[in-house]
Design a protein around this ligand. Structure first.
Ligand code: DQQ
Length: 532
């Protein structure tokens, strides 16, 4: 549908048509990164959930492959739902996924590649032993889904964890297994948080306290912390916390109980859900995928014939400087898309002003910017404190907001501010969708959160702009905000980029480096003549 063609992204992963949701079973195998995803082959709304499949050699340029798994057995006939891959030490690949049965009961199933010598892993076999797990006593038949990647303990047993709830308490069940066919339920939950409701798409992985590499999922010991992430079904938000995993009883304890899973930090403060990591043994890093859902109407999605996008894969590390959060950063391979660049140094932006950046086309960008307030003394704000992101970028205070206007038209009547607000006690990192589109029926929000800005640091951000998706990273990735927007005028050659300073009491000095990004030209893997 040409009417909506500018909303297609150029370098984010999205299927050629129809509906997509959660990323599934990501892994690296024999030179290829594999992404599976929840997919409806028949329509641009959720249903008939099948595993779509794509491969890439660099996490950026993807090739569509035939479906990996379709709903074709009683134990998954209502949907081949979300799951995770485990690569065993002998090279076997185990895929565990949730099936919605003929009676809509949630069970866990096992699948494996038909041919391990095929780097594309085209064909998948579902185990004759399926389902390998059914909801245990006390767990709702529809509250048992999304098994994690397995990790192995010193006792030689594999563990997985599966999200659920008991009343309004979100929980994560632990199972041990040696063969991935028979399982034993652990006595204790990995973790539970009252009031958080159903936990979907639990993710659980180690991070190094110091160091720049990701860790394989089974790594534990001194210098290792564990991240627990849950996708909260009630609010559709991905929350995580950093803590300690106790191998002795398979429990996890957050470093800071007041910042527990579901009540503390979000992985992304924007439009983002059902994320999943995997360990990339090729480059010794942990990579995070997340699903960006539409914020237009279902009718619009049906009219345009597709729905949803995946984020650019992000590497995840523990932030040793703050000790409280992870750092998310677009994978380095995104740099392969870079074309020409522009630089602006010590740009002075007076209070209440907007400065255009003459960079030509502004729909596909990789932007690095840092900002300083007029005098360092102003870092200790003296005025009234600010309340979060306020009502958006129009909401002025003494030391903010200041930042970028992306996907803006010349008239500044359509634009998306990505900005900081600095106050007495805190700095906030925000994105404001309120003026992002003149189209009707779109949900537009002001997103953001408090962000740690250390004494020796400038305010810094990185923004990836891709037509209708803006992924923003504050302070080296301490906070991430993804916006899903639908510009109607700030499209193609009419899209512009500006720096703005809406503070009442401070001049801002900005440094920027901006790259134009090429398209990733995602297409079917040709030798297959895939007709999908
Ligand atoms: N999506 C899947 C479920 C999961 C949910 C179904 C999260 O397995 O809980 O499409 O978005």
């Amino acid at each position: 549908n040409a009417m909506f063609s500018w909303q297609r992204t150029a370098f984010h992963f999205q299927p050629q048509k129809n509906w997509m949701n959660d990323p599934d079973g990501p892994l690296y195998y024999k030179g290829w990164y594999h992404l599976f995803y929840q997919y409806n082959p028949d329509s641009a709304v959720w249903g008939n959930i099948t595993w779509g499949h794509a491969v890439s050699s660099d996490l950026i340029h993807w090739l569509y492959l035939p479906f990996a798994m379709v709903p074709d057995h009683w134990y998954d006939i209502n949907g081949v739902w979300t799951g995770s891959a485990t690569i065993l030490p002998d090279g076997q690949i185990v895929m565990l996924y949730t099936g919605s049965t003929n009676e809509s009961v949630q069970v866990q199933n096992l699948a494996y590649p038909a041919n391990l010598s095929d780097p594309l892993l085209l064909n998948w076999v579902k185990s004759e032993k399926n389902p390998v797990l059914v909801p245990p006593p006390g767990i709702g038949l529809k509250d048992f889904r999304d098994p994690t990647t397995a990790w192995i303990g010193p006792d030689g047993k594999w563990r997985i964890t599966i999200g659920s709830k008991v009343n309004k308490t979100g929980i994560s069940l632990v199972y041990t297994t040696t063969d991935f066919i028979s399982y034993e339920l652990a006595d204790r939950y990995l973790h539970a948080v009252p009031g958080t409701g159903m936990w979907e798409c639990v993710d659980f992985y180690p991070v190094a306290v110091n160091g720049s590499n990701g860790l394989e999922t089974s790594v534990n010991g001194p210098g290792v912390k564990h991240v627990l992430k849950a996708s909260l079904d009630d609010t559709k938000v991905d929350y995580y916390a950093v803590g300690t995993y106790f191998l002795g009883n398979d429990t996890w304890v957050p470093d800071n109980p007041t910042e527990d899973v579901g009540i503390g930090s979000r992985l992304d403060y924007g439009r983002y859900y059902a994320s999943k990591t995997f360990y990339d043994q090729n480059k010794e890093r942990r990579i995070l995928w997340g699903w960006i859902k539409e914020t237009d109407t279902e009718a619009d999605d049906l009219a345009k014939g597709w729905a949803s996008v995946q984020t650019i894969p992000r590497s995840v590390l523990f932030d040793a400087k703050t000790g409280t959060n992870v750092l998310q950063w677009p994978v380095d391979e995104i740099e392969s898309l870079r074309l020409s660049s522009s630089e602006f140094s010590e740009l002075v932006v007076e209070p209440g002003s907007v400065v255009p950046l003459d960079i030509g086309s502004s729909t596909q960008l990789d932007i690095f910017a840092d900002f300083e307030l007029e005098s360092s003394g102003l870092r200790e704000a003296v005025g009234n404190d600010i309340a979060g992101c306020g009502g958006g970028a129009v909401d002025r205070s003494e030391f903010g907001p200041f930042g970028l206007l992306v996907l803006a038209n010349d008239a500044l009547s359509e634009l998306t501010p990505i900005y900081f607000r600095h106050g007495k006690a805190n700095t906030y990192f925000c994105a404001d969708e309120k003026r992002s589109s003149k189209a009707n029926g779109i949900s537009k929000q002001v997103y953001g959160s408090q962000i740690p800005v250390l004494d020796d640091e400038k305010f810094s951000l990185r923004v990836l702009v891709d037509h209708s998706i803006v992924e923003s990273f504050g302070q080296g990735g301490r906070r991430a905000i993804t916006t899903r927007i639908y510009p109607t005028e700030a499209i193609y050659g009419a899209a512009r980029l500006f720096v703005f300073n809406n503070a009442t009491g401070a001049t801002v000095k900005a440094n920027l480096k901006i790259w134009q990004l090429n398209s990733a030209f995602i297409h079917p893997y040709d030798p297959l003549h895939q007709t999908e």
